[in-house]
Ligand binder design. Structure first.
Ligand code: NAI
Ligand code: MG
Length: 357
């Protein structure tokens, strides 16, 4: 039996509530597929920061590096400013472990009300590939003439050939692997004079290496409209750090709720562990009440299985989620119209897993 070493970081707020059901589902699918998990749970969080002055211990990254993957709940709480919790843990993990791909599925699940009219499960099903380490999110720039009428700021974006090519290549490889050879690029080369013409150039160069893959390029503004008007058109969408960030909340938005959506931060070469987390945050407004929807966290665990090479186990978990959601008799959490607790809904998904095996 193969055993994977998983670092578990429940984090803050509902992160601590949705993690136990995700681990229960992992254990259940492990039993079915004969996979073992050895968990190291770390309680690094805003509470850690308040007690020690840092989000994680000095050897935190070293400890994480000894695992096959990281499963994260959510980080951030009103007791600590967001830029401290974010830059104290999440960003160092993404950058130091070179998790340059942020991958998010956009999929309309059964039993979830779609805000778009006349869409059914199966109609919306595509992937967003976001660049996760460079681009518009840089610290290069500064402020001048501070405090005067002439005050201004400069914020510089960084696009390297290395960084641009590897994210675009990942998108083409993903489309091929999925058997859906169609890649759409998010651009804005009509407005941004340097970065986006460069992005387009690299995209075209890469496309030439994948002649069997259909490609198209959309300016980010009309692309946002097309996500709403014709989401069924897309298979794989690749974007820079900023464009990908916006699209990857818009995507889950058009499928009804961010509470069920997962996100993977991937180092494709496997030099460092990759990290899997729900799209949602710590939800302080409902934390402590055991009513958070655990689907985003459970689906994140399914993406982790897929990444570890356990595709069959990953598929089973996603099918269990869909089976539970499709059955109106299955209890669900209040955010999607039920009255069940986090634990009850999680248990129902684990039970569905045993039914469909
Ligand atoms: P949020 O995602 O925590 O909450 C937004 C809204 O969605 C809230 O009304 C919440 O109750 C609801 N919601 C979220 N997840 C839910 C779930 N599983 N079930 C039911 N309802 C759910 O975003 P918000 O409020 O902007 O951020 C709260 C904190 O979380 C902040 O400190 C923020 O920095 C942090 N955060 C962390 C992220 C991460 O760890 N990757 C991502 C987003 C926010
Ligand atoms: Mg975002």
């Amino acid at each position: 039996m193969k055993t994977y070493k998983i670092a578990v970081l429940p984090g803050d707020g509902i992160g601590k509530e949705v993690m136990p059901p995700a681990l229960a589902v992992l254990n259940a699918v492990g039993e079915i597929c004969n996979i073992g998990f050895s968990y190291s749970e770390y309680d690094w969080s805003c509470e850690t920061y308040l007690a020690t002055g840092s989000m994680m211990p000095a050897d935190g990254m070293d400890r994480l590096s000894q695992h096959d993957a990281i499963l994260l709940g959510a980080v951030g709480y009103p007791t600590v400013p967001d830029h401290i919790s974010l830059w104290g843990m999440l960003i160092p993990i993404r950058r130091d472990f070179d998790q340059y791909v942020n991958l998010r599925p956009v999929r309309l699940l059964p039993g979830i009300r779609c805000p778009l009219a006349d869409r059914r499960p199966g109609d919306i099903d595509f992937w967003i590939v976001r660049e996760n380490t460079e681009g518009e999110y840089s610290r290069i720039g500064g402020r001048f003439a501070e405090g005067t009428d002439a005050e201004g700021v400069v914020q510089t974006a960084v696009f390297t050939r290395h960084g641009t090519d590897r994210i675009i290549r990942y998108a083409f490889e993903l489309a091929q692997k999925l058997g859906r050879p169609h890649v759409s690029s998010a651009t804005k080369s009509n407005g941004l004079f340097h970065s986006m013409p460069f992005w387009d150039e690299r995209f075209e160069k890469m496309a030439a290496q994948y002649p069997a893959t259909r490609t198209d390029s959309h300016h980010i503004d009309i692309l946002a409209a097309r996500f709403v008007l014709s989401p069924e058109y897309f298979d794989v969408v690749v974007g820079s750090n900023l464009f990908g960030d916006i699209l990857s909340d818009l995507g889950p938005g058009v499928t009804g709720t961010i509470a069920v959506a997962p996100s993977a931060n991937i180092n494709p070469e496997g030099r460092y562990p990759s990290m899997f987390e729900p799209v949602h945050g710590s939800a302080p407004d409902i934390a402590g009440r055991n009513i958070a929807n655990p689907v985003g966290q459970i689906w994140a665990a399914a993406m982790m299985l897929d990444h570890l090479g356990e595709a069959e186990a990953g598929r089973l978990v996603l099918r269990a989620i869909e089976t539970a959601l499709a059955d109106p008799a299955v209890p669900r959490t209040p955010d999607i119209g039920g009255t069940a607790s986090t634990a009850e809904f999680g248990a129902a998904i684990a039970a569905a897993l045993h039914k469909i095996r």
